[in-house]
Design a protein around this ligand. Structure first.
Ligand code: 3HC
Ligand code: NAI
Length: 707
């Protein structure tokens, strides 16, 4: 038909194969090609039915997401898929959709425009559009409730989670599961129904339910979205669109869907979430480490230190089926570590996330040890001992002798210099940082820290490994705090300054939660332990520039033993269930300290709180980018979204700055510099881009073109 759609015949059945690698997205030409093949089939008296199937690894992953950017920027205005799908559904002869891999978004909408659907048992189907800030736009919200009922359709369209082919079959979305050869099974199925009259999904209404049933479903769904998907536009729009299916004839329902789809597509939220989709994939691309770089095997791993992080890291590996040797200094420490791992798993079993037998198998894969004897055959060792250059160097020298040549030696340090650590070994090319985030078995981010001598093979191995571990690996350079924590410093500094200038502790946190962050900066400090930063600051105090304002409140709280949740008191006070409440003592103390330091007190607005904390992130991010410690602004965004609870619908700090407009951000930072001094010196890159009227996203593109 065209080079994206192939047609062959199997006796009396036409087989239409979509061949648009890598995921058969419905790029321009694909739906048109399918339709042309169906038209041709209808004209051929020798043919009784058609099968539509995907070449390669999947059926159809949806509309081509790249097209959306072209549509919103006015480069191309692609017509809706809807009329093409209506014409497919109008085929006089049956069209059977044969699904393997995934039928997502427009892929499922295409499948529902067919008269029947068959699938491999391993396939998945879903309407994940809300994850991109949009809703199904080709009849999905109208056809899905007609096939599976309103409640499940609302769940799938507003929640975005896919369902397995087996579940889809039980819901009535798939007519037959086919074990073995899908194409052959689909052709046989098509032949078996060829003589029956075709049934169009859009003509069905038996599953749409009564008005009263529907009202209850929509009310509950809206309530749940407002609670769980705070501030998101698309899930509510998806519910509105499904509601239209229950109240309006099909064509009018489709018009409502189209209007809501367009509103969502042109929203800042959708642009941000589409940026996140592509950036998550972009971070895997490292200009000087091409994807053909050979990766080393990682089949056996050792973890040194069974504390908070080491225990979590061991769980990450065994959850991926990789056996772990777990070492600590003495039996007591090791047992404490193992017990923590067991407690964590027990909670997962209680919550229904894992079965007991799954957990038992994972625990079998952990071999607790006190010596390095079992390290000789591991492919990689991850160190997670106390933070401090001296203990890290000792451990790395020991690992260098204990592990075979070529084995990767990784440090989980959050602040220390990887090159200095590598210097304690005879193999700096095999040394790098793998900075997991706490809790390691939950947080998706893995900062992979490249040392001066780290080899490309080692980087490629860890980037690929991160995917196997269910993590998103982002390559960063070796500077203090790497990317995430280096930016977190100024962010938390401003939060403290604001309290020292008169803002309430809760007001600072609330303003940032209202902005969309998962937690406020002060509550986050209490969770992680205020003493962690206090110890680090004491170690680096000699590097502070005299005369430059430094926050003092957290250090003073630590001096009073207020370390946060672990001591039941920090910025807040905590009850035995770790529920926080405001502590008037903190307010009194900070006001007193501020008066002693001569800091004038004033009313501070929520918008000033947000500007100061968020622009502190952006300004430091711009420096990191220009200094080359992050490869792209998009990498910084992915770090903040996956490691620091930044709201995905704002796309990450750098994308957010682009959305506000860099000239505006730059101007505000200049104002803050006038008010607060040199800590607010604008990053040179930010200044340059603002003056040139460019964005960080454009800077990324320029850098990519130059690479
Ligand atoms: N459009 C354009 N490109 C797509 C795409 C899509 N729908 N889906 C995936 N890709 C690209 C990726 O960007 C990636 O490109 P790259 O290699 O250049 O980085 C490549 O295909 C492979 O993708 P993954 O790395 O994600 O491959 P996986 O095998 O890990 O995952 C997948 C495959 C599960 C299909 C996953 O890609 C996915 O979830 N895709 C998006 C599904 C989706 O959101 N569909 C809805 C689209 S919106 C829509 O259909 C609107 C409609 O209602 C009108
Ligand atoms: P922790 O204090 O909970 O655990 C450290 C463990 O290492 C203890 O069990 C200790 O007995 C053991 N240990 C010390 N020296 C050892 C040695 N020579 N051989 C074997 N075991 C030894 O510390 P935590 O919090 O797990 O931190 C570990 C590392 O992870 C640090 O570098 C820290 O900066 C980093 N990190 C910590 C995060 C956190 O939130 N806790 C987040 C990200 C990184």
């Amino acid at each position: 038909m065209n080079n994206l759609v192939r047609v062959s015949t199997n006796d009396d059945v036409t087989v239409i194969t979509i061949d648009n690698p890598p995921v058969n997205a419905l790029s321009p030409g694909v739906p048109e090609g399918i339709l042309a093949a169906i038209d041709q089939m209808n004209q051929d008296p020798a043919i009784k039915a058609a099968v539509v199937i995907g070449a390669g690894r999947t059926f159809v992953a949806g509309a081509d997401i790249k097209e959306f950017g072209k549509m919103t920027s006015g480069v191309r205005s692609r017509g809706s898929l809807l009329p093409l799908l209506l014409r497919i559904e109008d085929s006089r002869k049956p069209v059977v959709m044969a699904i393997h891999g995934s039928a997502f978004g427009g892929g499922l909408e295409l499948a529902m425009a067919g008269h029947n659907r068959v699938a491999s048992p391993s396939a998945q189907v879903g309407q994940p559009e809300v994850n991109l800030g949009i809703i199904p736009g080709a009849g999905g919200t109208q056809r899905l409730p007609r096939l599976i009922g309103v409640a499940k359709a609302v769940e799938m369209c507003a929640g975005g989670k896919p369902v397995s082919a087996r579940e889809a079959a039980s819901l009535g979305l798939i007519d037959q599961l086919i074990e073995g050869d899908l194409a052959a099974g689909a052709v046989a199925f098509a032949r078996s129904i060829a003589e029956s009259p075709v049934s169009k999904t859009r003509d069905r209404s038996e599953k749409l339910g009564s008005a009263a049933e529907c009202a209850a479903i929509f009310a509950t769904a809206r309530d749940s979205v407002r609670k769980k998907q705070r501030a998101l536009l698309a899930p509510l729009a998806a519910i509105d669109a499904v509601e239209a299916a229950t109240q309006l004839p099909f064509e009018e329902g489709c018009q409502t869907e189209a209007r809501l789809f367009t509103e969502c597509l042109f929203s800042d939220q959708s642009k941000a979430l589409i940026h996140v989709f592509f950036s998550e994939r972009e971070v895997a691309k490292i200009p000087d480490v091409p994807k053909e770089t050979p990766a080393l095997p990682v089949n056996r791993v050792a973890v040194v230190g069974s504390g908070t992080m080491g225990g979590g890291i061991a769980m990450v590996f065994v959850n991926a089926g990789i056996p772990v040797v777990l070492k600590d200094v003495d039996q007591a420490a090791l047992e404490m570590g193992l017990n923590r791992i067991k407690r964590n798993y027990a909670t997962s079993v209680q919550r229904g996330r894992f079965t007991q037998s799954y957990v038992d198998e994972r625990l079998e894969l952990i071999k607790p040890v006190l010596s390095y004897d079992a390290f000789s055959d591991v492919d990689m060792a991850v160190e997670a001992v106390f933070e401090g250059m001296a203990p890290k160097k000792t451990v790395f020298a020991e690992l260098d002798s204990a592990c075979r040549p070529g084995a990767i030696l990784a440090s989980n340090t959050s602040t220390l210099n990887i090159d200095e650590i590598a210097g304690a070994t005879s193999r700096p090319e095999s040394v790098l940082g793998t900075h997991f985030f706490s809790p390691a078995n939950v947080m998706r981010l893995l900062e992979i820290v490249r040392g001066k001598k780290t080899s490309k093979e080692v980087i490629a191995t860890c980037m690929q490994m991160s995917k196997k571990l269910g993590k998103i690996g982002v390559l960063v350079g070796n500077c203090r705090g790497f990317v995430g924590n280096r930016m977190f410093g100024p962010y938390r500094r401003e939060a403290q300054f604001l309290v020292e200038e008169g803002a309430d502790v809760a007001a600072v946190d609330e303003a940032l939660v209202e902005f969309g962050n998962a937690m406020g900066p002060l509550a986050t400090g209490d969770l992680a332990g205020l003493d962690v930063g206090w110890r680090i600051r004491k170690e680096y105090r000699h590097l502070e520039k005299p005369g430059v304002r430094q926050p003092f409140a957290e250090d003073r709280l630590c001096e009073l033993g207020r370390y946060g949740q672990k001591t039941m008191k920090g910025w807040y006070q905590y009850d035995e269930n770790r529920r926080a409440s405001a502590d008037p003592e903190v307010t009194t103390l900070v006001r007193k300290w501020s008066a002693e330091a001569g800091i004038p007190q004033r009313q501070i607005s929520a918008s000033e709180i947000v500007d100061r904390c968020i622009y502190a992130l952006v300004n430091e991010g711009a420096r990191i980018l220009e200094e080359g410690y992050a490869l792209r602004a998009a990498d910084i965004d992915i770090i903040y979204l996956n490691g620091y609870g930044f709201p995905p619908y704002r796309g990450g700090p750098m994308w957010h700055a682009d959305t506000v407009g860099l000239p505006k951000v730059y101007q505000r930072i200049c104002e803050l510099q006038l008010q607060h001094g040199e800590l607010w010196t604008p990053a040179p890159l930010l200044k340059r881009l603002a003056e040139e009227g460019k964005t960080f996203a454009e800077y990324d593109k320029q850098q990519l073109a130059a690479a």
